[in-house]
Structures are given as structure tokens and as C-alpha cells.
Design a protein around this ligand. Structure first.
Ligand SMILES: Nc1nc2c(ncn2[C@@H]2O[C@H](COP(=O)(O)OP(=O)(O)OP(=O)(O)O)[C@@H](O)[C@H]2O)c(=O)[nH]1
Length: 457
């Protein structure tokens, strides 16, 4: 488990990213902190506590500005976005609030939905306007240090919905974004609950691929030492598990769970226990790559270590997430350009036009010696070859014909060429139909003309 420690804040806009400004905008000063967690874990309380902590820090850094204009430091310290349409009261004043845009109770009534369906639909409706929210956030992204986004209580509504994905991806493509996964520490002391929380965290991390911070909240009620130990030492977790039922709360006290033992019966070899055991093994890799902090959103303790973890996450975004995003964008752009080029080439071939715009009657070259400028390097279009074959007349060495891609005309020209073995290939017009004349009449007229000429000859 990576622990949060202070790290240098990368300068706004890494050189690497600036080079590729065409694909992605330069990295701004702000971090986006997406606060996610199970219902009641303390997401909103954390968002409020963090913003107050940031305000206080900003006031300390610049006391004169804070005293002359109390709103100045606070507005630059953080920017808050509430994405929970169903919350009734918040312990902070959001700058952008989903409730100002969608009334989730009306959504429930109008669409005949239950509470969760209402929240999901409200979020979906809001997401249709999220480009506007992104415009606002990007506008502030070089003014504020941290943009904090509080998500709906029902975690799956955000993490497994299309709107959650759109919001997360939009943020991550514009700002150094990290996930703050809030854990209700006092309610995670049973090995099974701990494990399911960690599995959820792991699935979100692998889904979003974003820098991830586990925030063990409510440390005023329950120290997170046991959780850290379970993450770092598999045997400690196994020992706690073997002391009782996986679903029993372990008496972790405020210290080492191993020393205190489990509250339940001795070593139950239940299916649940062995399942939790195997999952713990699977999660070892996840634990190794994760940073975890413990805080109390109620008292405000642990905020500096949380902010250090955010800075580490920013660095990870700059070093790992952003280059991948740039590579992805570059390859998508290249593919788009290649497709565009292929389409233009195909169109050129179909029109038999050189890129310079000159017409080239290549279709007539089946009769050799086409008069127009022909792009000889071009691959022959099989349809044109077939058409030219139909037009080819044995022994004819004449000029090319200018024709329209119309079967009637092709037939007429072929017919015209067939009767002029001597080389007087009728130019277009000679073979044309008169107005209102159908193909059969033209044939008839031609036969009559031929007969007349034969008689004269
Ligand atoms: N003791 C203690 N209680 C906390 C702490 N953080 C939050 N709470 C309490 O936990 C309860 C839920 O907090 P919220 O911030 O509403 O949690 P949430 O995750 O936003 O809730 P939903 O969005 O409704 O799921 C409230 O009663 C908070 O007072 C903390 O650090 N310590």
C-alpha cells in the first residue's frame, strides 16, 4: 500500500502535454477530486471539510488578501460541484448544484420512477448539459486549486451508469482527476464488509484507470489502523478472519486487530470465510498500488495527508494517465485522417479526377489513348475496367470517348463505335438520343441510316 506523503506539485502544464496541445489542452492548475463512496460514508461531509480546510490554508498563505476581501481566498481555494440530486441539506455551499437544474422529485413523478430511478434519470438529464458544466470548470481551472465533486449516495448510480462514465471521462480529459473513495471505517470492521468495500474500490479503480485514494473516514469514531494492517499484511487479515465469521465485526479497538482477536466464534470454516480469504489474495496487487489515508470529516483531522495524496495522484495523472490519453487521442486522430484520406482517394478514383482538380476521362481508355489527363499511378477501378471492356471494339485504335456514367450512353457509344470500324468514332452527340427518343427508336434510326449509307456506298 502506498502511503500518502508530500510531493512536489508539478507545474501547471507539463512540457510534454503542452507539446501536444493540439490534441489535449495544457494541464491546468486545478485538481479534480471526484468523491465516491457507499451511502452514508461521509462524502458530502468530506467535501465540506476539505473546502473549509483549503479556505483556511489559503487564508494562512495570504492573510492580507483574506482580511481585505474575505471571499477572495475562499473562492480561489476550492470549487464545489454537487452531483447528488436527492440530497436535502449540504454542509457546504456548492458552486454548481445539480438541484438547480433538475428536480428529481418531479422526474420521479413524470417518469413514474422510484427514488433510485429518479436519481439516475436526474443525473442522466444533467449529464446532457455537462459540457456546459465543463465549460465553467475549465474556465476556473487555472484560478482554483481544487475542484471537488460530490457524487450521489447510491454509489452504483454514479460508478456503473453511462452518465457517471461521461462525467468522469470529461473531467479526466481536461483536468488532473483523482478518485477519493470514502470508506465508512466504523462499519468496515467485519472482514466480509471490508473485503466487499475493497472489491468495489478495486473495480472502480480498474474501470476508471484514474489515480485512486482510499479515504478511511470517521477516524474520530474508529481508527483505521486495522484496515491499513489488513491491506499490508495478508496474514493479519487471515488471522482476523479465522477468529470468527467473516460477517462478524472484529473487535479492532483502536489498535491492532490481531492482538484483540475477533468477536465471533473460533475459526469458522464457512463458505463465506474461504471466499473472503481467496478474494483477499486477489486484492494483494491492488493494495500494493493504492494510496490510503485516514481522516475525520467531522473534526477535519487528516486533511493535510489527504491533500498530499491528492498531489501524488496529480503526479500519477501527469506521468501515467495523461500520456496514455494523449496516445489514445493521437492514434484516434491518425485513424480518422487515414480514413479521410482513403475516402478522398476513393472519391478521386470514382470521379477520375486528379487531386489538382483536372478531369480525366479514364473510363474511355479502354479504347486506348484517352485524351484527358489520366492518373496512371492510380489503381484501376474494376467497375471502370468492366465498363471499358464492354466498350472495347476489336481493331479500334481511335480516340477516347467522353461519356457519362449512364448505361444508355455507354450502350450508345459502344454501338456508335461498332459501326465506325474505319476510325470515325462518333463523338458524343452523334450517338445521342434526340429529345423524347427512346433507346429502341435510336437503334431503329441507326439501322435505317446504316442501310441508307450502304445503298449510297
Ligand atoms: N463521526 C463521524 N461522523 C461522520 C463523519 N463524516 C460524516 N459523518 C456522518 O455520517 C453521516 C453521513 O454523512 P454524509 O456526508 O451525509 O454522507 P454521504 O456519503 O454524503 O451520504 P449520502 O450521499 O446520503 O450517501 C452524517 O451523519 C455525518 O455527520 C466523520 O468523520 N465522523
Amino acid at each position: 500500500m502506498a502511503s500518502a506523503s508530500s510531493s512536489t506539485t508539478p507545474a501547471a502544464g507539463s512540457s510534454r502535454s503542452n507539446q501536444d496541445a493540439e490534441l489535449l489542452p495544457p494541464i491546468p492548475k486545478s485538481n479534480a477530486i471526484l468523491v465516491i463512496g457507499m451511502a452514508g460514508s461521509g462524502k458530502s461531509t468530506l467535501a465540506g471539510a476539505l473546502s473549509r480546510h483549503l479556505e483556511a490554508e489559503a487564508a494562512k498563505r495570504n492573510p492580507s488578501a483574506a482580511s481585505s476581501d474575505p471571499s477572495a481566498s475562499s473562492s480561489d481555494a476550492s470549487y464545489l460541484v454537487n452531483l447528488d440530486p436527492a440530497v436535502s441539506t449540504l454542509n457546504y455551499e456548492p458552486n454548481v448544484d445539480i438541484r438547480d437544474t433538475v428536480d428529481y422529485k418531479r422526474v420521479m413523478d413524470e417518469y413514474n420512477l422510484g427514488p433510485n430511478g429518479g436519481i439516475l434519470t436526474a443525473l442522466n438529464l444533467f449529464t446532457t448539459k455537462f459540457d456546459q458544466v465543463m465549460g465553467i470548470l475549465e474556465g476556473r481551472s487555472n484560478e482554483v486549486d481544487n475542484i471537488i465533486l460530490d457524487t450521489p449516495g447510491q454509489i452504483e448510480i454514479f460508478t456503473w451508469s453511462a452518465s457517471g462514465t461521461i462525467i468522469t471521462d470529461s473531467l479526466a480529459s481536461a483536468l488532473p482527476t483523482c478518485i477519493a473513495y470514502v470508506v465508512d471505517t466504523p462499519r468496515t470492521t467485519a472482514p466480509a464488509t471490508f473485503m466487499s468495500n475493497m472489491l468495489y474500490a478495486c473495480s472502480i479503480m480498474y474501470k476508471t484507470k484514474l489515480p485512486f485514494i482510499i479515504v478511511f473516514n470517521k477516524e474520530d469514531e474508529q481508527d483505521a489502523g486495522f484496515a491499513r494492517e489488513w491491506m499490508e499484511d495478508f496474514e493479519a487479515f487471515q488471522e482476523a478472519l479465522n477468529k470468527g465469521n467473516a460477517t462478524d465485526q472484529v473487535d479492532v479497538g483502536r489498535g491492532n486487530p490481531r492482538a484483540r482477536g475477533a468477536a465471533g466464534q473460533e475459526g469458522e470454516a464457512s463458505y463465506m470465510n474461504s471466499l473472503v480469504n481467496s478474494m483477499a489474495l486477489l486484492l494483494e496487487e491492488f493494495y500494493n498500488s493504492i494510496r490510503a489515508v485516514s481522516v475525520s470529516s467531522l473534526t477535519g483531522s487528516g486533511m493535510p495527508s489527504f491533500l498530499s495524496a491528492v498531489q501524488e495522484a496529480r503526479q500519477e495523472y501527469v506521468d501515467e494517465y495523461r500520456p496514455e490519453l494523449e496516445a489514445l487521442r493521437a492514434s484516434r486522430k491518425q485513424k480518422q485522417e487515414e480514413r479521410k484520406k482513403r475516402e478522398v482517394e476513393k472519391m478521386m478514383r470514382d470521379l477520375r479526377v486528379k487531386p489538382s482538380g483536372k478531369a480525366a476521362p479514364k473510363a474511355a481508355t479502354g479504347a486506348r489513348g484517352g485524351g484527358g489527363e489520366v492518373d496512371d499511378d492510380d489503381e484501376e477501378d474494376p467497375r471502370i475496367t468492366r465498363m471499358a471492356d464492354r466498350m472495347r471494339v476489336p481493331g479500334y485504335e481511335g480516340d477516347g470517348l467522353i461519356m457519362e456514367p449512364d448505361d444508355d450512353d455507354v450502350l450508345l457509344q459502344t454501338h456508335g463505335a461498332a459501326q465506325t470500324q474505319a476510325g470515325q468514332v462518333p463523338r458524343r452527340g452523334g450517338a445521342q438520343r434526340g429529345e423524347g427518343e427512346d433507346l429502341a427508336s435510336v437503334g431503329q434510326r441507326r439501322r435505317e441510316e446504316q442501310l441508307a449509307r450502304a445503298r449510297l456506298g
